[in-house]
Design a protein around this ligand. Sequence first.
Ligand code: PMP
Length: 785
Amino acid sequence: MPDIPSVLTSAPPTLQPETAADLASRVFGIAGTLSPLGSERDQNFMVEDGSGDRYLLKLSNAAEDESGVTYETDALLHILRTDPGLPVMEPVTTTNGTYWASVDTPSGTGHLIRMFTFLEGTPAAAPDLDLEAIAAFGATLARLGRSLRGFFHPAAGRKLLWDERHASDLRPLLEHITDDAQAALTGAALDRFDARVLPVVGSLRAQTIHNDFSLDNTLMGPDRRVSGILDFGDLTHTALVCDLSTAMSSVMFGRDDPGEAGEAVVAGYASITPVEELELSLLPDLLAARLVALIAIAAWRVRSFPENREYIMGSVAEAHSLLAWLDGGGYADLEDRLGAGSSAAPTAVSTEELRERRRVLGSAMSPLSYQRPLHLVRGDGPWLYDTDGVRYLDAYNNVPVVGHCHPLVSDAIARQSRALNTNLRYLHENSIELAERLCGTLPDGLDVCMFVNSGSEANDLAWQLARAVTGRAGGIVTEYAYHGITTAVSDLSPEHWARGYTPDTVATIPAPDGHAGVHRREDPNWAAAYAAHLDDAVEHLRAGGLEPAALFLDSGFTSDGILVPPAEYGRDVVDRIHATGGLFVADEVQTGFGRLGAHLWGFERFGVTPDIVTLGKPMGNGHPVAAVLTTSAIVDRFAQTMDFFSTFGGNPVACAAGLAVLDVIESEGIQERVMGTGNALIDGLRVLAERHSSIGEVRGLGLLIGVAFTSDDTGRPSDAALAGRVMNGMRERGILIGTTGPDDNVLKIRPPLVITEEHVDLLLTTLDEVLRICNEPGGETPGSS
Ligand code: PMP
């Protein structure tokens, strides 16, 4: 037999109102009219004194001991101190200044007697509450849990049968259940509980909780908000989340869609106290445990108190139907709704509908990726999940450099956003620390970090600095470069130029493509020949009356098709721009934060020191934060004519994200792993190239990799159509990649840096299959599988 508390077996006291009135006046000095109030195990009266004030007089069950009573009293006093706004009853002192007294009743039994202030309101029934009221109910519960966080009491260790953590102890009571369906459902629920909850229950955060926060034990005002929290008789130290599963059971009773009520109460709770992943995943089973307790304890008690059958069995039918709902698909419904295992908000909007509604973003918005666009709801490491729970290996997105939704980064953002988010007109350690750490990774001399919010802004500021410092107005970029969207920077982005547009202030150089460009590897001097074009660009600017202020280079030539020229090329062009008095801006928006493996920053492989370095994309793993790093000398000259401020740039939350990204890169050895996985991927792709003649070239460094498709055996002419079919074929088979290059014939492979060799194998096998199908006569039609 489980450990049955004696308050459940012992009958409540039955004092006459006159006797109780006498006690109220003698013990508490409050004389008034008494009316009886219901209670399962105690005897309660409402006391109205002469002045119209109302109180609750409580005579405890004879089996109630002093430790339980002091536990409740101390908890109430603690709550009133920590969150005085919570509507709990205030203990009233006796004429001796104590919070309770022991009295003998005429029958000779001793009872503990207490008096409290009276709470106004009426109990509500679940079906009468809208979702807003249910969410507010959850929020009140979360406040109650918070207010008790720091509370300790020697009686907290008592073991209650109502503690969902101990649901397995209910098993012996199941034999009292006479209804076969109930017996089967409760048994199955406990089997699930033993398998899923028991092994991990000890690792849940725990504290004293109310443990019976239900609609029966709360009062509501006319606004449907909790106006009174009653009955602290089940207080115990247990998993915090048990409060929530108990509240869920109560609001889900008798509703047409119990799941939406469960979801609403959890959402309301989470608006005050975030619910941990493990807690979310256990909630459906803890809810079931609560229902089993309701059914099993009632079945057992009704045998001892048959005369009280109606009261005891009051919620059994509801509990049974909710348990049947869980068993018939409700577990899965709740898991989906609560997003157990994810923090993604569940979505009710169809993909098609969203696609229609996307018009609101305007016709200039870049098109959706893939012929069958993706509607994603969740990310985790290298994986993305769509609304149907289908997962995709992300081999395209370079922003989530440490993996999608890395918990340390997400937590850092959440924590800082709960504490403070301001701007750089106030001191904050996050911005200073991030700036120092970034400067510490760069060559000596690059000792200033200016924060902005995007790669475009970083390049725009770099351009302003370069022009201000050199007093010149000309820019040099590669032929298909992309550096951002501002008016100034889009002039530096030929990839972005409107057809026929060439800004007067910008000259281009051919990107160093040794495979299909103007100088090829057959020429031993091909790289130097590319570098020499820098001088042509300078001449071009001079012909228009301009001198070069800066050369901007994306160290990975991403939009030029992903190119890896020899290091001498980089040194050569940088020497040439410096020789003209212009600056070198290393755009690390794509290649920064370890993507190329051997170094944290892409320019490092050239062995050069840039005058300005711009960072963005991966810097916050998805949170907008970007920066310009340069020398004090450059900034000091700029500062002679203007100062710089960006409202959001370098705010404490953005910098918390940036710091967390650096922490994870270091602690998980991410940059060190890139070379290994990158080489395995490049080697595997080269093996595929031997089998598939449509691959003209595989090139890349670390995890920035391009696969150029070609339409004939010379390996030169571009085949953009094939690249598109392959990209869509991969998407259909669960792997996301993109295309790039002036001809759009290059597969762009840029996964989060956390991918491992297993992911690499998956990518290679899938690409092999897709290429086989695409190269067959009739080929792959995207979306057909
Ligand atoms: N520079 C490079 C090399 C980029 O690839 C990009 C974005 N693709 C940018 C700058 C602009 O960054 P953002 O989109 O954050 O403004």
